[in-house]
Design a protein around this ligand. Structure first.
Ligand SMILES: [Fe+2]
Length: 244
């Protein structure tokens, strides 16, 4: 059945996932569905209109890690989300990984995607060496995909001085809470969190740079708390730094 809007896409993609397809079939069928969705120029227009004109809609937006990431659909069974990413010209968007697989379609204007492979052993949480493996420009209707964690590192960039929109479908995450930004110039990885926990993480990292016993006590409390694993891990990294 033809897909002309987000509701039709969500229905058909949900049916696809509930059939528990193997990854090659999920990818092939999912890309075909997403290609149909992003080839239709009409369904996304009301989202832009409401963002520009409706402040209640604006305030209801999900607080994402990346400020240019709009969540436009979440499956009730938490099987997948659909996001729209807005890419401005002349803005540097970092190389990053993902907590889940994702299928990506160009919707408004062209988008350049560069893919990267991680070539270090991953043993240092702040060190990462990435090398470029692909460089392609997608036109509206064309799709690409990423895998979770180190198998899906990429970077997106607007082209031709136009603001671009891409539509992304993400599966349920195998790693929750953060994504990595990679800097190939100094071989660093930085864990990026949503605004709801970013200040907590910044405080934990600061404590890791204060070699005093009270800071160590606070970090031990973080590590032994009932916080999410990614927060307790930040506490562990800071304790290692403190004792290093
Ligand atoms: Fe991405």
């Amino acid at each position: 059945m033809e897909i002309n809007n987000l509701e039709q896409f969500a229905d058909q993609f949900s049916t696809l996932l509930k059939g528990k397809p193997e990854w090659p079939d999920l990818l092939k069928n999912g890309r075909e569905m997403l290609s149909q969705l992003v080839s239709n120029p009409n369904w996304f227009k009301p989202v832009l209109s409401k963002l520009a004109l409706d402040d209640a809609f604006l305030k209801s937006q999900w607080h994402s890690i990346d400020p240019n990431d709009l969540q436009i659909y979440r499956s009730p069974e938490k099987l997948f989300t659909v996001r729209a990413f807005i890419w401005e010209p002349n803005v540097f968007y970092p190389i990053h990984d993902h907590g889940a697989w994702g299928i990506v379609g160009a919707h408004i204007n062209q988008i350049r995607e560069r893919k990267f492979a991680r070539v270090d052993d991953g043993s240092d949480s702040n060190f990462a060496e990435v090398v470029q493996t692909a460089d392609a420009t997608l036109s509206p209707g064309e799709t690409t995909y990423v895998l979770a964690l180190n198998e899906g590192i990429h970077q997106m960039q607007a082209v031709n001085n136009n603001t671009s929109v891409t539509i992304h479908v993400y599966g349920s995450p195998v790693r929750k809470g953060f994504i990595n930004y990679f800097n190939p110039h100094n071989n660093t990885a930085r864990r990026m969190y949503p605004p709801s926990v970013e200040k907590k993480v910044l405080a934990i990292r600061t404590l890791g740079s204060i070699p005093e016993s009270w800071a160590e006590d606070v970090l031990n409390s973080v590590v032994n708390s009932s916080e999410s694993e990614f927060i307790r891990n930040e506490g562990r990294y800071s304790l290692i730094k403190l004792k290093g």
